[in-house]
Design a protein around this ligand. Structure first.
Ligand code: CTP
Length: 211
């Protein structure tokens, strides 16, 4: 298979030196990339800024903003069999990026934020016979929110995890099908989970699409 993997955070710039982002380490996406390469797949990794180096053997596309993530994914997805979307995407960006550096005035400033594009929903709308594995990071009403995202983004399954996953070495996930069934639950290091999730994609998700 040729697998597109999104990983890490996006950044949305306030001015030329400051940005909004999140604490994603990229570890889940990089672990999946490693597992997929070891299993003999081609990996196309679209990654936000993280400390880790990408595993050897994958095609790497570095991005910073959600718009750059979107551009890369729209270009690369049509040439892949499926996508695993682990990126922790900024849902909001400042309405305008200020040129230079904002200088203090002693007064409060108001930052107006607008929504960024939902990259996975756009891929979901053009997926044809490709498969989509989404991630859902939830802090409340997890199953219902994850299922809403699965439907909205046209996913073949969604990996539900909670906010403790951000920046952690380990994770605990539940994988939900479009019928709201739990296909699998995994706990352990992100590398263990990546290997098991990849097997599930090979046998169940990709396998179904080939029938
Ligand atoms: N995602 C995306 N583009 C966005 C937001 C999310 O592609 N603008 C992808 C993520 O990579 C993940 C899935 O959509 O695979 C769900 O991300 P999550 O942050 O859990 O949910 P959101 O759709 O952003 O909704 P909310 O933050 O309101 O819970």
């Amino acid at each position: 298979m040729r697998i597109l993997i999104t990983a890490g955070p996006t950044r949305e710039y306030i001015d030329d030196v400051r940005f909004l982002s999140n604490a994603s380490s990229g570890r889940m996406g990089y672990s999946l990339a490693t597992a997929a390469i070891q299993a003999g797949h081609e990996v196309v990794l679209v990654t936000g800024p993280v400390e880790q180096s990408p595993p050897e053997g994958c095609e790497v596309h570095r991005i910073e903003t959600t718009d750059q993530l979107r551009q890369q994914c729209l270009t690369l997805f049509p040439h892949c069999d499926g996508v695993i979307a682990t990126a922790a995407v900024c849902d909001y960006r400042p309405r305008a990026r200020i040129t230079g550096k904002i200088t203090k005035t002693g007064q409060p400033i108001v930052l107006e934020l607008v929504e960024t594009s939902d990259v996975l929903a756009e891929l979901g709308a053009l997926k044809d016979d490709r498969w989509i594995v989404g991630f859902a990071l939830e802090s409340q009403d997890p199953r219902n929110n994850a299922m809403r995202k699965l439907r909205m983004k046209n996913c073949d399954c969604i990996v539900l995890n909670d906010t403790s996953a951000i920046g952690s070495l380990t994770n605990s996930v539940e994988i939900l099908s479009p019928d709201a069934e739990t296909i699998a639950s995994y706990q352990g290091t992100k590398q263990d989970i990546a290997e098991r999730l990849l097997k599930l994609i090979e046998t169940t998700i990709h396998g179904t699409k080939q029938k």
